[in-house]
Design a protein. Structure first.
Length: 149
């Protein structure tokens, strides 16, 4: 497995089918909230160097991604925080330590940039807490959701 930091223009077309697979697997309220990425918004973030797309490839084929958005913290203005937007590995790539290695690659890259903190969200119905805890993450808050139809 190879890991890299890639830009949106390079990986967008490859990510699209994985996003669909990801959405089908984990999304809640699919009948109400359809997958419809704001590619222009992602491009704007990429254009101001606020988007990081860490990829996992097997034999040059994209099999996973870990996407974070980097910005100054409104609460701690002296620090840059990286907030996980989305993470996914195709089922065929989930063997062994691939997920942990992808996140570790991102951690090392972000730390080298001087980013202070990385936040990663997991779905309550599809958690990967054991991987995060093994990488010394700590649970800091919970998020609740309500569909407002």
């Amino acid at each position: 497995m190879q890991f890299a930091l890639e830009n949106l223009a390079k990986v967008r077309r490859e990510i699209e089918p994985l996003l669909e697979e990801h959405w089908k697997e984990i999304a809640l309220n699919k009948e109400i909230i359809k997958l419809n990425p704001d590619w222009e918004g992602y491009a704007r973030l990429d254009g101001i160097n606020a988007l990081r797309i860490y990829t996992a490839r097997k034999d040059e084929k994209l099999v996973g991604y870990f996407v974070v958005i980097v910005n100054k913290s409104l609460h701690y203005r002296d620090h840059l925080f990286a907030n996980n937007d989305i993470i996914f590995l195709s089922k065929s790539a989930r063997k062994g330590l691939a997920g942990m290695k992808l996140i570790k690659y991102a951690i090392d890259s972000l730390a080298a940039e001087g980013i202070t903190k990385l936040h990663v969200n997991t779905k309550a119905h599809q958690p990967f807490d054991a991987i995060l805890e093994r990488l010394n993450f700590e649970e800091i808050e919970r998020v609740y959701s309500l569909v407002l139809r």
